[in-house]
Ligand binder design. Sequence first.
Ligand SMILES: C[S@@+](CC[C@H](N)C(=O)[O-])C[C@H]1O[C@@H](n2cnc3c(N)ncnc32)[C@H](O)[C@@H]1O
Length: 213
Amino acid sequence: MESIPGPGAWIYSKIVAHSPFIKDLYGAVAEEVSSKFAAGKMLDIGTGPGMVPLEIARKSKALEIYAIDISHAMVEIANKNAREAGISERAHFHYGSAEKIPFEKDYFDLVITTLSFHHWAKPEDCLKEVSRVLKENGELWIYEMKHEPTEENRNELKRRYGPFLSFMVLNFVRAHSSIGFAKIQEVQSYKNLGFRETGVEDKGMFVKLSLRK
Ligand SMILES: C[S@@+](CC[C@H](N)C(=O)[O-])C[C@H]1O[C@@H](n2cnc3c(N)ncnc32)[C@H](O)[C@@H]1O
């Protein structure tokens, strides 16, 4: 399933707003973005309820933030969250797909996507699109859960979040919400899609793929 429909969007927004595991990811992503990009334009693809842009807007006051999602229900929730957080003027949420990004070429300094890439039906077409909207030297950061967490990752997860939440997270990971070694390697070979550098960072239960135009 690529887009998350109405009721699913509402349930997802409630779960992530209360999950310490996911909130820690959002905080870490916002920290990385704000420490490297104090200003400029960024896009979050598959933003869902918009929690990552909200965190970033709190930290980077001069960054112009845009976000898209192919679920109308998610865009509505994200806009409501932005209004309530008082950041609607700096974070803009629109309907849109990674397959046809509704922005002109060479527009963004940074594109990020958290827990969405594994949903993309045509990842290669989407990456070409991301390259099109990035400025020269611009970066794409993809954050996903690891499909094959190590024993050490699983122990650390239990230690930090307790047995119940760890059980839930590991079930999501096994079911689908993650990417495996094979996919990570495939993305690294995507240099011909408009990226000249690719890199992978191990972040415990998560993995970050970086691609530079
Ligand atoms: C698991 S949610 C992640 C939401 C948010 N990024 C987060 O970290 O909580 C995946 C989101 O990706 C969106 N999505 C899936 N395929 C997409 C595509 N091709 N273009 C844009 N959004 C997409 C879905 O509608 C959904 O809102």
